[in-house]
Design a binder for this molecule. Structure first.
Ligand SMILES: Cc1cc2nc3c(=O)[nH]c(=O)nc-3n(C[C@H](O)[C@H](O)[C@H](O)COP(=O)(O)O)c2cc1C
Length: 353
């Protein structure tokens, strides 16, 4: 299928000009891949919208005197408008791109914030609140550390985390399943938008499934490196000595595939909004990396481009789950090396205001 997606940012009129972003897709694309492209494009539209608002605020745009403009920049409205100004053309037999479909996908991505009116009109879409109104609030405290203890502990934790590295050479030595359960449990303590806990950690230890994962990833990664990533990206990765050959996917005793749930499914088939599912799952991913490191293991943060749908299908995960991270977990091989990277010093990453 050959398709062309054109997106006109909603704020194109704000500076008097009109912008558009086009993606020319010449490959045969699976429906799932197609939906992923749409979602990524819409994320891109979001970023543009935020930049436009920021630019207008900086220039002192009189939002208070122009309520109409302000309204159009309201979060929910902005989603709606972004979609309604998007045009989409697909040369193919399947209707993949009507504005309606785009709107649905995007509203889901936004946690439904763009769909408020529809929900009011369509009562069947309103689902029970996540929690009862009279949810208990219970006392909470933590042991109070002295400043000295606190400094010591924070330094020790920093020193532990500073030894974390992304490792690409794994030993086949086994790791008890209990360790994997504990690190995933730890990831599950992450905060999430409205406590929706929008994540699934698919854990793979079966050699045959790992082999299939590797085949899927290597097949796509070869195309990524040769065609999709572009010279700059490939050049930036050269020193890290990464390639499309991913031996670690079959050597490491465990793979953890982190899926974000773009929405929740109620038993009756209705959908529940998962607010900020991407950032929530990414935070859980960060906690997972820390837990893996704390358990004396190593991993590699990887985000295999374009492999999500095939891996989701392989692992029998439902359509509301999108792959965010693929993490091999185990011990480093005896010959493991890592690139000699330096981290930015504190003064380059922290500003005190
Ligand atoms: C979002 C994200 C995606 C990444 N994707 C890959 C990947 O696909 N393949 C890979 O070998 N490394 C990947 N990395 C690992 C980075 O290259 C690595 O974190 C970086 O070089 C810093 O090294 P360190 O993790 O050892 O500190 C990824 C890291 C992040 C945070």
């Amino acid at each position: 299928m050959r398709a062309l997606l054109l997106l006109e940012p909603l704020f194109s009129s704000a500076d008097g000009g009109r912008g558009s972003a086009g993606i020319d897709v010449e490959e045969e694309l699976a429906e799932e891949t197609w939906l992923e492209i749409k979602e990524e494009t819409l994320d891109f539209a979001d970023e543009l919208r935020e930049q436009a608002i920021e630019a207008m605020v900086k220039r002192g745009f009189p939002f208070d005197k122009e309520p109409g403009v302000k309204d159009s920049f309201d979060f929910a409205q902005a989603y709606r408008s972004t979609i309604s100004t998007s045009s989409f053309m697909a040369e193919g037999s399947v209707d993949r791109g009507s504005p309606d479909r785009l709107q649905t996908t995007h509203a889901e991505e936004a946690g439904g914030v763009g769909d408020v009116e529809d929900e009011v009109e369509d009562k069947s879409k309103v689902v029970d609140p996540l929690f009862p109104d009279d949810l208990d609030h219970i006392p909470y405290s933590r042991p109070r550390l002295s400043p000295e203890e606190s400094i010591k502990k924070s330094k020790e934790f920093y020193e532990l985390m500073d030894t974390r590295r992304s490792v690409r050479f794994f030993s086949a030595d086994p790791v008890p399943r209990e360790v994997i359960e504990n690190v995933v449990r730890t990831a599950g303590t992450s905060p999430s938008g409205a406590h929706t806990e929008p994540w699934t950690f698919a854990v793979v230890g079966d050699p045959e499934v790992k082999q299939r994962v590797r085949e899927i990833v290597e097949e796509e990664e070869e195309i990524n490196y040769k065609k999709r990533m572009g010279n700059q990206w490939v050049q930036d990765l050269k020193a890290l000595r990464t390639s499309w050959v991913k031996e670690y996917l079959t050597t490491a005793p465990w793979l953890i595939l982190v899926f974000k749930q773009t929405y929740g499914m109620l038993p009756d088939g209705r959908k529940r909004n998962h607010y900020y599912h991407e950032i929530s799952t990414a935070l859980a991913g960060g906690i997972l990396l820390s837990a893996i490191h704390n358990a004396g293991l190593v991993t590699l943060t990887s985000t295999p481009l374009n492999c999500g749908p095939a891996l989701r299908t392989l692992l029998n995960r439902p359509p509301n789950e999108k792959l965010l991270l693929l993490l091999p977990v185990g011990f480093p091989s005896d010959e493991a090396t890592v690139p000699d990277l330096k981290r930015k010093p504190l003064e380059d990453i922290m500003v005190v205001v």
